[in-house]
Write a protein that binds this ligand. Structure first.
Ligand code: HPA
Length: 275
């Protein structure tokens, strides 16, 4: 997508197509990370809108990512779910990655709940831990807001001080406490990929203040902050980062995500019930 296509007009056209396809306007959207797409299967009375059928959408090629919206009810609440997301490492532009976020906002979404699979950088983390993202470090070398800015979408210079909405973080912590779900908190560092980090990079990222590392989420959160969405993001620690344990593989990440997805789904469902 060219920068010019990511205008309020293109966003509106896609939002209208999405609304027509799903026939509802949920206030909460969920983005499902690698190996975490199973939550979409729990949605009742699901209606599907494949990205490929919507104007202006790029299509996800990443393993474990289906590439469609699923709308319906979860925890009794209407939700819109992105089953599969776009990654920078697939060759998509940052603007392509921002586009669905803007479309969801234009379609009536107010809260964006993001999930991802991430490597644990914090020495206190274990495989299978959940981490509430409190802040991020953009180490991807690009920002989705570069290029012409459409003021109808958001401001030229976007404040990121509270991109991870404090009120939603409070809800997540309360739900985790109520349900007895251990929830770490920390800083997510966005890495371009698709190679995993080197052990030296992980040591450097730890010094920078990163607790987890992954290849998504950061562009979406920047786009969400820009267009005024409330954001909650949770990482599932699928592995300890490079140099901390064994070798890394994408298959192992997805296998662990699939195996540990249930507790993240429980947390997300509990949060939804309170929104
Ligand atoms: N690094 C980057 N991305 C990831 C990792 C990792 O260790 N695990 C899951 N996604």
């Amino acid at each position: 997508m060219s920068e010019q296509q990511s205008t309020a007009g293109a966003v509106q056209r896609a939002a209208e197509a999405l609304r027509a396809a799903i026939g509802m306007a949920p206030k909460t959207a969920i983005v499902l990370g690698s190996g975490l797409g199973g939550l979409a299967d729990a949605i009742e009375q699901p209606v599907y809108a494949p990205y490929a059928g919507l104007p202006g959408f790029a299509v996800s090629t990443a393993p474990g990512h289906t590439g469609r919206f699923v709308a319906g009810k979860l925890a009794g609440k209407p939700v819109l779910c992105m089953q599969g997301r776009l990654h920078f490492y697939e060759g998509h532009s940052m603007q392509d990655i921002a586009f669905p976020v803007r479309v969801m906002k234009a379609a009536g979404v107010e809260n964006l709940l993001l999930t991802n699979a991430a490597g644990g950088v914090n020495n206190g983390f274990s495989v299978g831990d959940l981490m509430l993202i409190e802040d991020h470090i953009n180490f991807m070398g690009k920002n989705p807001l570069t290029g012409p800015n459409d003021e109808a979408i958001g401001p030229r210079f976007c404040d990121m001080s509270t991109a991870y909405t404090p009120a939603l973080r409070e809800i997540a912590l309360a739900v985790a406490a109520e349900q007895g779900i251990p929830l770490q908190r920390g800083v997510y560092l966005g890495y371009m990929g698709p190679s995993y980090e080197t052990p030296a990079e992980i040591r450097a990222f730890r010094l920078l203040g990163a607790d987890a590392v992954g290849m998504s989420t950061v562009p979406e959160v920047i786009a969400a902050a820009h267009c005024g969405l409330r954001v909650l993001a949770v990482s599932l620690i699928t592995n300890l980062a490079a140099g901390m344990a064994g070798k890394l593989s994408g298959e192992d990440v997805i296998e662990t995500a699939n195996r540990k997805a249930a507790v993240l789904q429980e947390l997300i469902t509990g949060i939804l019930a309170k929104l």
